[in-house]
Design a protein around this ligand. Structure first.
Ligand code: ADP
Length: 176
């Protein structure tokens, strides 16, 4: 499914983000940028050791912020590493921090002149964020950003598995 927002398009696809060919893909990293399981592990496995080497030099990234490296062996020029919140019941500003992770990633992509970006579903794996709520926040934050003037013309949500895809589809239909 896709929708047009201003001069940009938001796509929802089911798949593996390491196969994307956008200008940048976003990694759901941890604050030490230390690598791990889930999408983080998949990106470092597919991208090779150069990305981790750059992460070590950067040193870390606070929750809700984003940093950028090259794409290593991936088909993308850049990986934007952002850190979503660990879900602890919903009263610890998780929603604000999740929105910030998306927004800071978009701002960083804009500042580098990138025109296309692919996101995974941040925080909804090991970090335990309920999928339906996270999907609403992700899509609201991204569509709000695209309503302002931006060079980012393509945003792809690459959802891992049918359930994630369907939750995002439901959320997107509810906000358009
Ligand atoms: P977090 O720690 O932010 O929760 P995870 O990597 O555990 O990050 O999970 C985030 C989301 O990424 C989950 O929905 C998970 O299914 C998904 N995911 C895992 N591997 C991939 C992949 N190769 N491409 C896209 N999404 C992936």
């Amino acid at each position: 499914m896709d929708i047009k927002v201003n001069e940009s398009i938001v796509f929802l696809v089911e798949g593996d983000i390491t196969k994307e060919k956008t200008d940048a893909i976003v990694n759901a990293a941890n604050s030490r940028l230390a690598g791990g399981g889930g999408v983080d592990g998949a990106i470092h496995r597919a991208g090779g050791p150069a990305i981790m080497e750059e992460c070590r030099k950067i040193g870390g990234c606070p929750t809700g912020k984003a940093v950028i490296t090259t794409g290593g062996k991936l088909d993308v020029k850049h990986v934007i590493h952002t850190v979503g919140p660990i879900y602890r019941g919903g009263m610890k500003n998780e929603a604000g921090l999740l929105a910030s992770a998306y927004k800071e990633s978009l701002k960083l992509a804009s500042s580098k002149g990138l025109k296309s970006i692919a996101f995974p579903s941040i925080s909804t794996g090991a970090y335990g964020y309920p999928l339906a709520e996270a999907a609403n926040i992700a899509l609201k934050t991204v569509t709000d950003y695209l309503k302002e003037k931006t060079d980012i013309k393509t945003v792809r949500f690459v959802l891992f598995g049918r359930q994630a895809y369907e939750e995002y589809e439901k959320a997107l239909k509810s906000i358009v």
